[in-house]
Ligand binder design. Structure first.
Ligand code: NAP
Length: 252
């Protein structure tokens, strides 16, 4: 891609691990100055160091996307160190697996608060910079589970379906300001979150899932970051409000 994002500041939440880490590395390779935001500040620092070692510019900030004050503090730090925010990738997320009747209001709220309200907080806190610049790109990482539904994951799936609705409505509202908003719902991407799920509640062996996947392999974080890099590029300026599935053909 070259330095297509040179001069842009990109914020990637959940940037310490899996899909977010891959997006942070890729956007830095494409020339963006990247803020790596994560609950795990130490691992976010490792990713920022990796970007710097490759010659890029990065800054790590610890954040809890569920907490608006924490998001506001983190974005103020990003502006101070890197400049106004042009690109936002919301990848921070929390998975959960519980029988519907066992989901307490507290658990329901905690999943919705990280996955959906966290996306709301980060969008609302970053968008003023984009409006000011007359240019912006937002990519929200939702989930293919919102297409299919998944038993024992009503809280998680509802939160991700909410992210899709938020994306579509925000795209309509922000289009006239030069800002695009899209969502990538990943499907079966080999990350720490997926491995934890497989070690715990996912009872389908990897080989079986691969056999049911048209392209006959598991997804890699790089599959998502490649789509993300395109969606935040200048070339994708006429794409907004879209749900861009990256799932090996498992959902069409
Ligand atoms: P991951 O490797 O676990 O990365 C998620 C990152 O988000 C972790 O570093 C995590 O930190 C961080 N995080 C969690 N809660 C946070 C909070 N409140 N504030 C800030 N950061 C927080 O998982 P992943 O697979 O890359 O997932 C990335 C996104 O893709 C998630 O939104 C997930 O729901 C979605 N997704 C993934 C798949 C898949 O197949 N992997 C499929 C569909 C959707 P800690 O580790 O400290 O909690």
């Amino acid at each position: 891609m070259g330095q297509t994002l040179a001069g842009r500041v990109a914020v990637v939440t959940g940037g310490a691990s899996g899909i977010g880490r891959s997006c942070a590395l890729r956007l830095a390779q494409d020339g963006a100055r990247v803020a790596v935001l994560d609950l795990n500040a130490a691992h976010a620092g490792d990713v920022a160091a990796e970007i710097q070692a490759e010659g890029g510019t990065a800054h790590a900030v610890g954040v809890d996307v569920a907490d608006r004050a924490s998001v506001d503090r983190a974005l103020a730090e990003v502006r101070k160190h890197l400049g106004p925010i042009a690109i936002l990738v919301n990848s921070a997320g929390k998975t959960a697996h519980d029988s519907f009747l066992d989901i307490s209001l507290e658990l329901w709220t905690s999943v919705l608060t990280v996955n959906l309200t966290g996306t709301f907080h980060c969008c609302q806190a970053a968008v003023p910079d984009m409006i000011e610049a007359g240019w912006g790109r937002i990519v929200n990482i939702s989930s293919s589970s919102a297409h299919s539904g998944v038993p024992y994951m009503t809280h998680y799936v509802a939160s991700k379906a909410g992210v899709i609705g938020l994306t579509k409505s925000l795209a309509l509202e922000l289009g006239p300001s030069g800002i695009t908003v899209n969502t990538i719902p990943p499907g079966f991407i080999d990350t720490p979150m997926l491995r934890t799920a497989q070690a715990g509640f996912l009872d389908t062996p990897t080989e079986k899932v691969i056999g049911q996947t048209p392209v006959r392999r598991a997804g890699r974080p790089e599959d998502i970051s490649a789509a993300c890099a395109f969606l935040v590029s200048e070339d994708a300026g006429y794409i907004t409000g879209q749900v861009i599935g990256v799932n090996g053909g498992r959902n069409t």
